[in-house]
Design a protein around this ligand. Structure first.
Ligand SMILES: NC(=O)c1ccc[n+]([C@@H]2O[C@H](COP(=O)([O-])OP(=O)(O)OC[C@H]3O[C@@H](n4cnc5c(N)ncnc54)[C@H](OP(=O)(O)O)[C@@H]3O)[C@@H](O)[C@H]2O)c1
Length: 327
């Protein structure tokens, strides 16, 4: 042990850290160059599920701007028409942008979309799963039960059968948007992606909430965690595909407006405090280019995950503060 209490091995590791980080960066640079050699940016066929707004829309724009073929998908037809126009003005020939109104949790919609990609592009290289829905209330509030006195009493004192059922129905909507959609998309597109691309990639936009628990995010975080682990396991089952898991903290935009439980937003305004959508989108595209596996944004948050296991009380206190929550 040294006088600082660190063992020789720890000191050696710390000394080596800059070298390891440089090697990692060089490797990523090399991987990026390798993917571009296999699939030129201008030839890349990119499917963006959940492109009618927010992060998915910005990602679609970035790919369009660099000349890729882009298929934008969402349920709101008017928004999809807008995004197609936006992508076309980014400099790509209009025939290279497809707009499809579809629900990514609907099997028929996804099979139809796959057929369209086979006909129009003879396959796909990159699938971006950006679609998702928010949920904002504490679980007991979803069931119409409020807790008081530091969680010691409840009004009403018990959840009724109807209110439990209501919570189950809302949870089904969160599950559909955050788990069933990614599941249907994976089953539908993995074989097409694997057999038609020289460098197949899947980007899942997950959330930091899927890794670090937060109050008022019970339904959102647990359903996002389910799809994250689903894709992490799929990544082992399908080693030919480069999977990227993106776990951002709060991002600017209207995500909370789509909440399946329509609760109040308790944290600071995402539009003044959140990550900038464009920056998130740029980081996503770079991560896919170089084949990064898990991306935290901000990067420092990768230690938050670790901190939860070693000092949960601190992380829980921070989470309560962030979400302005008291039991
Ligand atoms: N905003 C944040 O603070 C934040 C933080 C961390 C992670 N994320 C994740 O980032 C992703 C994008 O969120 P965002 O902030 O960009 O929110 P957003 O603007 O609400 O975008 C969500 C997109 O998903 C689409 N979508 C939702 N359900 C769909 C369905 N069943 N089928 C097809 N498309 C569907 C929506 O389009 P339609 O309504 O037209 O279908 C929309 O284009 C989400 O997965 C979210 O969990 C967001």
């Amino acid at each position: 042990m040294s006088s600082t209490g660190l063992s020789r091995q720890s000191l050696a590791f710390l000394a080596l850290l800059p070298v390891l980080l440089t090697l990692r960066r060089l490797y990523q640079h090399h991987s990026g160059a390798r993917r571009t050699r296999k699939v030129a940016k201008i030839d890349e066929r990119v499917l963006v599920l959940g492109a009618s707004s927010g992060i998915g829309r910005s990602i679609a724009n970035l790919y369009a701007a660099r000349g890729a073929r882009v298929c934008v998908v969402g349920r709101r037809q008017d928004k999809i028409t807008e995004v197609v126009e936006e992508c076309r003005t980014r400099g790509t020939t209009s025939s290279r942008i497809l707009g499809v109104t579809a629900d990514f949790a609907d099997v028929e919609d996804m099979v139809k979309l796959r057929g369209q990609l086979e006909t129009e592009w003879q396959g796909v290289d990159t699938v971006v799963v950006a679609a998702g829905v928010s949920a904002l209330q504490p679980l007991m509030a979803v069931a119409g039960v409020e807790s008081h006195s530091g969680g010691a009493s409840f009004t009403p004192p018990q959840a009724s059968a109807e209110s439990i059922q209501k919570a189950v129905d809302i949870s089904a909507a969160a599950t559909r948007g955050n788990y069933v959609g990614p599941l249907v998309s994976a089953i539908t597109f993995i074989p097409l992606l694997t057999t038609t691309s020289a460098a197949p990639s899947i980007l899942l936009i997950s959330s930091l909430a899927a890794l670090i628990p937060a109050p008022t995010r019970t339904l959102y975080a647990s359903t996002k965690a389910a799809s994250l682990v689903l894709y992490q396991a799929l990544s082992i089952e399908h080693p030919r595909i480069a999977f990227t898991f993106f776990t951002p903290s709060t991002v600017e935009g209207d995500f909370r407006a789509s909440a399946v439980d329509s609760g109040p937003v308790r944290e600071k305004n995402p539009n003044t405090h959140g990550l900038k959508r464009e920056e998130v989108a740029r980081r996503c595209v770079r991560a896919v280019d170089v084949g990064e596996k898990t991306v935290f944004m901000p990067n420092l948050m990768r230690f938050g995950h670790f901190l939860y296991w070693v000092w949960p009380a601190f992380v829980e206190w921070r989470a309560r503060k962030k979400y302005n929550f008291s039991a």
